[in-house]
Ligand binder design. Structure first.
Ligand SMILES: [Zn+2]
Length: 333
């Protein structure tokens, strides 16, 4: 540990010429975010950054310096919109840099850049969940997307499924994996059977799957994306948080089983009659509760409601549940 209680670890070479910089996320149960870096003569490729926080920026810049990467002219590839992946890119990317992100995520950014619009979206979602007004306010004031994102972004280069990104000896194909976010992207290196998985597949934590405004069935999207990534037959995944994953399809099977159990659990809860999203969430079992739960109860409640909401949407699409009223109350159908 460094003198400020923040891990100061040198970049680790995971594969020839491909490095991981572990960027600390203080007070977050996620602990850290992985920035994957392939240094090249022309600035290098950087996959994901960190939050707009000095603790992240210091570690990332030290890692870049050690690897000889100039962020002012690097190519950044951002797997998805969340602040821990995208928040630092404005501070890092110089005029000579390229910032790539999924087309759908770039459209979503418009909602997140305007604080007013962001609060409107949160208020609408809070109403849908059946949360009290003060709980929505509390969640808004702690939302990482509001606290640790920049107020503007550099010009983004939209990337789509099937595009290629090359760096060093690596040739990645872009894979659109909606679910965790609507425009989430992974990078697939077929010759090495290597998947850079962002928050689509994580090792010892379950990716948060929430409902999104304008998305009918984000859990259904996620399960289809898992199916698709299982078909790649990856030998190794490099996730957005924590260490590399060896048995990728084994982990995918665990995530599929987790959501199948969750859907059954929600069906059991609904047997007791109509309930709001928040009431359903309160009765679900939560393994995501981390040591920092006490510090962020409102935020955790918000994420729990989002998860419950995604599972309810899935059940509705499957014809197993439906809702009525305002705020919506859910029941078996
Ligand atoms: Zn994320």
């Amino acid at each position: 540990m460094g003198t400020h209680g923040v891990a100061q670890v040198s970049p680790t070479e995971l594969l020839p010429g491909l490095f991981r910089i572990e960027v600390p996320l203080p007070q977050s149960p996620l602990r850290s975010i992985n920035s994957y870096v392939i240094p090249t003569g022309d600035g290098g490729l950087v996959v994901d950054t960190g939050m707009l926080r000095p603790e992240c920026e210091t570690v990332l810049r030290a890692g870049f310096a050690e690897l000889g990467v100039d962020p002012g002219r690097a190519r950044f590839f951002i797997t998805h919109i969340h602040a821990d992946h995208s928040g630092l890119v404005t501070a890092l990317a110089g005029p000579g840099a390229t910032v790539m992100m999924g087309r759908i995520e770039i459209e979503l950014l418009e909602h997140f850049v305007s604080r007013e619009r962001f609060l409107e979206v949160l208020a609408e979602r809070g109403r849908m969940f059946g949360l009290a007004g003060e709980e929505v306010q509390g969640a808004a004031s702690r939302h990482p997307g509001l606290r640790y994102s920049p107020t503007s972004y550099p010009t983004m280069t939209p990337v789509d499924d099937g595009d290629h990104v090359e760096a060093g000896g690596y040739r990645f194909r872009v894979i659109h994996t909606p679910g965790h976010t609507p425009g989430h992207l992974c990078l697939w290196e077929a010759s090495r059977r290597l998947l850079i998985s962002g928050d689509h597949i994580l090792g010892d934590i379950t990716p948060n799957i929430t409902s999104w405004m304008g998305v009918r069935d984000s859990l259904g999207d996620y399960l289809r994306s898992l199916e698709r990534t299982a078909g790649l037959g990856a030998a190794r995944a490099l996730p957005g948080h924590r260490g590399a994953i060896g048995d990728v399809n084994g982990r995918i099977a665990e995530l599929q089983a987790h959501h199948a159990r969750r859907l059954e659990e929600v069906l059991r809860i609904l047997k007791d009659g109509p309930q709001t999203v928040c009431q359903v969430a309160a009765r679900m079992s939560w393994e995501i509760v981390a040591e920092d739960f006490a510090a962020f109860p409102v935020a955790q409640k918000w994420f729990a409601c989002g998860e419950a909401s995604a599972h309810l949407d899935r059940l509705e699409v499957l014809g197993r549940a439906g809702s009525f009223g305002d705020p919506p109350r859910w029941e078996l159908s």
